[in-house]
Design a protein around this ligand. Structure first.
Ligand code: GTR
Length: 421
């Protein structure tokens, strides 16, 4: 895709948002709704044991999310080549930095994904947090050894990005969101990937990972096939394939974290791929942790209108028609069970519906109970800045839609608790 097309498409996706949408923020105006039952199968059987959950209910729900929300990954073989590009001392010698390039090819096309990895220098294999970034690996910390991304990035005057190509000036530009040193000091590794490596975040699925899987003559996913979120989730699983082969990484202790649209992605990846040991959603909102039926802030119609490429086409059937959805987002969180899951909200992030995020996490607890595990203790939201950490974790912190040191501290505490670090 040519850079100027990328810019105009970005503008289009912003301007394409309908003007006459007034989000509702009042609890009293939420239409009465009933959540689809977690523990009754589609043909009406009660699900009362963890075996029944794993044997059929989990599969039904996963398949409904594939069919109606995120889209299925098409079948087909692509070639994957993995190379370690760099390995260096980092952070004044207390960490190792690696760059790993995975190249994917199919249909005579090729894309690549660069995984940037920081590992603490510890005796054992490192547990690790995996999270996508929005602007390129080089933006998470000012480290001259990190390769600038060669994928297209958004233009930004402050960093001199005018032709959708990363600049030196954007090194470390997003360091506020990445507690790299804290993570290393706590004995964890961090791996990150620029999400645009897998699929550019524009309403165009003719390229990126999708194009590698198209059948002859196909240029768009079928109605029940993957949108961008499922594509990004696929990329996280490929990173996991690599971690399984890296002797410095403990692949049984990978926590997946994501913010906002990438929080939606981490939930879907973690639901789908049970190799991820902990799943963390930071301010993921509509299509992530928030219950769709509450229709607070961003709604299904609104998200499908502003970001038509994120979900599968079938999801449009539920625009202003949330009650017809066979699933709601508490079921997505439940798909992570029995693995620990953490949902975080921000007080000023009304658009993402903090209470809807909390309620999803709360209701998912019913499935954890089948495994003899504890979910969130009550249906009342905790005070701000007071994390709850059971097998389901939750906090709402003060502040806006963002990733802060407070969030990272909570995630590391949660990982310590469950990984026994
Ligand atoms: C918003 C979108 C949200 C959220 C957010 C983000 O514009 O409406 O669903 O994903 O972007 O990713 O920052």
């Amino acid at each position: 895709m040519k850079p100027f097309i990328f810019i105009s498409l970005l503008l289009l996706s912003i301007n394409g948002i309908s003007q006459d949408f007034t989000p509702n923020y009042e609890e009293s105006k939420i239409p009465a709704y009933e959540l689809p039952p977690l523990l009754t199968s589609n043909d009406g059987k009660a699900v009362g044991t963890s075996e029944q959950w794993m044997d059929y209910r989990r599969k039904e729900i996963l398949s409904d999310f594939e069919k109606y929300v995120y889209g299925k990954i098409p079948e087909g073989d692509i070639d994957i080549k993995t190379e370690i590009i760099k390995e260096k001392n980092a952070l004044d010698g207390k960490a190792i930095m690696k760059e790993v390039k995975m190249t994917f090819s199919g249909n005579n096309q090729e894309i690549y994904m660069d995984i940037l990895i920081y590992l603490p220098k510890i005796k054992n294999k490192a547990p690790l947090i995996l999270a996508y970034n929005f602007n390129g690996n080089h933006t998470i910390i000012n480290d001259p050894n990190i390769s600038l991304t060669t994928s297209l990035v958004g233009n930004n005057k402050e960093f001199g990005i005018t032709n959708n190509r990363a600049t030196e000036a954007s090194r470390g530009a997003k360091h506020n969101r990445w507690a790299v040193e804290k993570i290393i000091d706590r004995g964890y590794g961090l791996a990150t990937i620029y999400y645009g490596d897998i699929d550019l975040d524009i309403n165009d699925l003719s390229d990126g990972i999708h194009a590698l899987f198209y059948k002859s003559g196909q240029t768009q996913p079928a109605k029940d096939e993957w949108g961008s979120i499922a594509g990004w989730a696929w990329g996280l699983s490929r990173a996991m394939d690599y971690f399984e082969d890296d002797d410095d990484i403990d692949e049984s202790k990978i926590a997946l974290m994501g913010h906002s649209r990438l929080g939606k992605t981490s939930l879907w990846a973690g639901a789908h791929d049970q190799r991820f040991a902990i799943v963390i959603s930071n301010d993921s909102g509509c299509g992530g942790a928030a219950l769709s039926r509450r229709r607070i802030g961003e709604t299904v119609w609104r998200i499908n209108t502003s970001f038509p490429h994120w979900f599968c086409d079938n999801f449009n059937e539920f625009n202003n028609n949330e009650d017809a959805l066979p699933v709601d987002q508490h079921m997505l969180i439940a798909l992570v069970a029995p693995r620990p899951v953490y949902v975080a909200s921000a007080q000023d992030d009304k658009w993402a519906d903090p209470k809807g995020e909390f309620l999803s996490a709360f209701h998912a607890g019913a499935v954890y109970k089948l495994f003899g595990l504890e979910g969130l203790p009550t249906a009342n939201m905790p005070e701000v800045n007071e994390p709850i950490m059971k097998s389901v974790g939750y906090h709402i912190r003060t502040g806006k839609h963002d990733v802060t040191d407070f969030d990272w501290e909570a995630y590391l505490d949660f990982a310590d608790k469950h990984f026994g670090n």
